[in-house]
Design a protein around this ligand. Sequence first.
Ligand code: UD2
Length: 308
Amino acid sequence: MSSNAVLVTGGAGFIGQHLTSKLLSKERRVVVVDDFSTGKPLKEHPKLTVIEGDISDESVRKEALTQVKSVINLAAIASVPLCENMPEVSRRVNYLAAQSLFQEASESGVSAILHASTSALYGVPKQLPLNEKDPINPIGNYGLDKQKAEDALLSIKQSPVCALRLFNVFGLGQQRGSPYSGVLTIFSERIVQNEELTIFGDGHQSRDFIHVNDVVSAFIGCLEDLEKNGIYSKVSGKKFNVCSGESMTLLDVVDSFSSYTENEIVLKFKPPREGDILHSSGSFDSLNKAIGWTPSTDFSERLQELLL
Ligand code: UD2
């Protein structure tokens, strides 16, 4: 295969689909590995190879790694409640498979290894906005396994590597009808169907929502820098927040949605979810300084799009 191929694990998932089509539009070859447990079929493309399989499977990783120049690891059990209910699956996919992939990719001499890490690593923030020097204190299996995967990646010194800590990612294409989707997808679906919204807690909890297009531009910016500058890249060996730098409460979100719909929005309040943090917001200064990345999507416009 051509020397510009990128392996995207989890390439059929929400972020993976957006990243894969952006890479294809930039004339990159893409090898997707996905077990399609939550992912959707990808549109055929002459530069796209899809390997249906689990990244926990060594032979699947080997087949993929022999074909690519660089690796982006998005494959994960992304749902926090699922990881709580299935700790052994969380450990196998979110930690052990990722660790093996990073090790094997490094040994095979790839030009860049990138990994989707998460703001869940910070746990309950002591101060906001969060920056990468803040203490790590994950709660629950999801955050713990993701921390171990990030540590495994950043312990590799001989290859250009980088971890992106994603905050609350939203946008079109997130799994519909799933209780495990992000709150903006769930709310927009329910508003369109004229169903009431459930708010866990009092609605004053806040999140830093980052659009999937901005997440894609962060991955591609880091990928290109690592491929160009190798271990001398300003992003090599580092972790970065990928966030909007702004935080919104759920009640703010409901307010914004209400200005874009004629449907009446009815709220039902339930007790807070177990393990829910109250507030989260991040600073993206480090990634901005390293490669000039800034989020460029307009939140209101993208919120409106979810209702169409
Ligand atoms: C997000 C990510 C998670 C992890 C974490 C990092 C999603 C789906 N999850 O978890 O993978 O990266 O951030 O900290 O993106 N809520 C309601 N009603 C609903 C659904 C949610 O009130 O119908 C609340 C929920 O209790 C929480 C907030 O909305 O307070 C955001 O929930 P979420 O599931 O979208 O995301 P979060 O921050 O728990």
